[in-house]
Design a protein around this ligand. Sequence first.
Ligand code: TEU
Ligand code: CA
Length: 538
Amino acid sequence: MGTWWKERVFYQIYPRSFQDSNGDGIGDLRGIIRRLDYLKELGVGAVWLSPIYDSPNADMGYDIRDYEKIMTEFGTMEDFDELLREMHKRDIKLIMDLVVNHTSDEHRWFKESRKSRDNPYRDYYIWRDGQNGQEPNNWVSFFAPSAWHYDEGSSQWYLHLFADKQPDLNWGNPCMRREIYDMINRWFDKGVDGFRMDAISFLAKEPGLPSGSGEGRYVFSPEHYTFQPRLHDYLREMRRECFDGRDCMCVGETSFVTTDIAKTLVEGGQEMDLLFQFDIVEMDGEGGKWNVIPFDLSRFKKIINDWQHAIDWNTLFWGNHDQPRIVSRFGCTASEELRVRSAKMLATAMYLLRGTPFLYQGEEIGMTNYPFTCEAELRDIESFNLLEQNRDREDWAWRGIRAKGRDNSRTPMQWTDAPNAGFTTGTPWIGVNPNYREINVEKALAEEDSVLHFYRRLIALRSGSETLQYGNFTLLLPDDPQLFAYKRTLGDETILVCCNFSGSEAAIPAQFAGERLLAAGADGDTLLPYGAVAVRIE
Ligand code: TEU
Ligand code: CA
């Protein structure tokens, strides 16, 4: 009996866009229940559910108003209980999204905290006096010019690394931490199997909150609030208070993590079991995500090789609700044939590596970025902030949004060629991709050669192979300009994977002669553009 979170394939559901069940245009828990058999047939063994808690949705649920109430639009706690029961009936584990770097400014704690400087909840958040009428320091926020917001009522500033409606919690306060741990344990007692820990890198801030060094009034200063020493104390305390002794797992969203820091976080299991590193999904941005640069295969190989050897167990992902659609980003959508084949190749490249695969809803049918043309089509605070801060270079901002905007992955799941892709009978909260008639689950199920059937075969292959789960990794052909290839070995079995990341044909090296386990665009000894093959050679 192995470790379930190493052997199962995870699937991230962004509930707002997965399946609507009551015609209000917003996905909900009952809609997810309707689709559990689809997930089971795909071969999914665990679900990461993005936040479903009560929220004003300033950041689409990542601004929590009540950690133990289901967002009204998503349903009731009874709906949740049924969802969990139905998942477990199908042997699908459920991990919840834990957003505890910050709450909503409408959370009870913050409403108390802002009432007065001597309120018992004041110190649940980070309040400071300004300096000469300006912010306490020069930190910039991810979603606003400044990471500080002035509160007239108590004439102090509060810190928010994200939106001003997402005040940062003060993790230096043990009473606050205790309440968080008690909440986590109540969700565990309901039967959930673990958590994905949002923005976990940022919980501890440098004492004194020193300004960052750099020009201008606001300076991006992650060095003062990322992986601070106290963070490890908090994570170990949370581990002891909540996770130890349970058959559960936690995966950290560790923005800015390096291979060195990663070792501390996951080796020995004292802080978290798994982590998301961002070197791959940030490799096509120069000086920030919005300056788009082309995919660089040699850089990709180096990053993968470094991470496969840096820690014993990785997460394997191309997408999530913050990333654009992977087939538009690193695949090819120049034709339907190349979209289908490159989607298969990307899956083969990533999900046969050593680690736990995390699929994102819609990638299994090769969903693409949305053709955004105007602000009215956008919903994401990050994109609105980018446009607001760059009115003098809107073309640049729009290029960034079309390529990297988070709304690209938040358009509704495409189920059928019926209106709104079968996602809703109402008006969807965000536009459905106009290509839904060509790209949808129903059509993919009917086509043996679809991306969807390929994903099913790939997941079945991995799930049935100890070598693909627990085997060692060795990079092959490190200098090949077209091919990403690697070897997985366990005992006397060796499986080779070869992926053509280029738009030209490539010869399959002789060493890849063997039993073909999986193939897309493999024509004899040639890999067609964006083709891939996995073979067993011993
Ligand atoms: O993301 C944390 C984070 O670092 C991202 O804001 C990232 O920097 C950005 O999305 C890059 O475009 C988590 C959640 O995944 C994200 O959806 C939330 O907006 C954020 O935290 C605040 O909760
Ligand atoms: Ca609904």
